[in-house]
Each structure stands twice: as C-alpha cells, then as structure tokens.
Design a binder for this molecule. Structure first.
Ligand code: UDP
Ligand code: MG
Length: 157
C-alpha cells in the first residue's frame, strides 16, 4: 500500500458565505497536510456534474445529486489538493460525518454546523455541511483531475 496520498477538499459555497475559509484551512495546516494546489472559482454545471458523479445518484438518489450540483454552482468555492501520509482517511476524520447533526464535536462539520437530514429534506435542499473531501485514494485522483490541470499543482520538497 502506498502511504503517501493526495486528497481533494472543496470548501463549498456555505463556507465562503460564512467567512470561515481561513479557519478551515488552518485546521488542515495544523495536522501538517501539505497544500499542493488551491484555487477560488465559480463552478460550471458540467464540472459539478463530473464531481458529483452517477455514483452519488446511485448511493443517495438522483434528487440529492441534482441538489448538490445546484448547491455547488450557487456561489464561489475553494478547491484544495492536499498531500500527506494516508491523508484521505485523516481528512475524512477531520471533516466528520455527512450529517452535521451527527458529526462529532471537534470535526469541521460538527464544530461549524448542526443541521439534520430531516430538516434539509423537509425544505428539499442539499445539506449544508461546508466541506467535501475525497472518500478513497482512487476517488481523490479522479477528483483532483476534475478541478486541477497538472500544471496547477505545485511540487516542491
Ligand atoms: N447530501 C444531501 N442529502 C443527503 C445526502 C447527501 O444533501 O441525504 C449532500 C451532502 O452535502 C453531502 C453530499 O451530498 O456532503 C455528498 O454526499 P456523500 O454521501 O458523498 O457525503 P460526504 O462524502 O460529503 O460526507
Ligand atoms: Mg462523498
């Protein structure tokens, strides 16, 4: 197993609206994740569809995929590629579980949000949970390709 991995983090529009981009990035810096790419952008619908793939529709339903594509394109986002030892799992641990209501204190979703699936579903909106992070090293490579051109990633030691 290759222990040196890359992972893709998106700070979703709610993170920018809340003005907590710096606080979230600080947490990743604190654990020593190495930033190898970062950009501020407004996503095209096509790019959002490449990110939230058919896999999301299979797991969570087509409705959730549509809501998430709408959410991701609703305002500016920050895309970051990190590198580190088994960083995929580390970053997933740091963001916490998908539903802010259930996310443990100390995690990003648990510390900065609290909304439940039940509430979001009753309003028919996607769940605002501030961050996306890749679920596996394979997913990370695919997702980094969606958001970054190779020359936008910085390699230094
Ligand atoms: N999501 C949602 N409603 C649901 C399930 C998921 O709005 O019932 C959103 C939520 O913002 C989540 C994203 O869809 O972050 C992607 O879902 P996934 O299952 O991949 O969760 P994640 O990997 O982000 O924890
Ligand atoms: Mg996911």
């Amino acid at each position: 197993m290759d222990t040196l991995q890359r992972t893709l983090v998106l700070l979703k529009p709610d993170a920018l609206e809340r003005g907590i981009v710096g606080e979230i990035i600080t947490r990743f810096e604190r654990v020593g994740a190495k930033m190898i790419g970062m950009k501020l952008l407004v996503s095209e619908k096509d790019t959002a569809l490449q990110h939230y793939t058919e896999d999301l529709a299979r797991r969570r339903g087509e409705r959730v995929r549509e809501l998430m594509v709408a959410m991701l394109t609703s305002g500016p986002i920050v895309a970051i590629a990190f590198e580190g030892i088994e960083i995929v799992e580390v970053v997933r641990k740091m963001i916490g579980s998908t539903e802010p209501k259930s996310a443990a204190p100390g995690t990003i979703r648990g510390d900065y949000a609290h909304v439940s699936f039940k509430h979001a579903d009753s309003l028919n909106v996607g769940i605002f949970n501030l961050v996306h992070a890749s679920g596996s090293p394979e997913e990370a490579e695919t997702e980094i390709d969606v958001w970054f051109k190779p020359e936008e990633l910085v390699a230094f030691t």
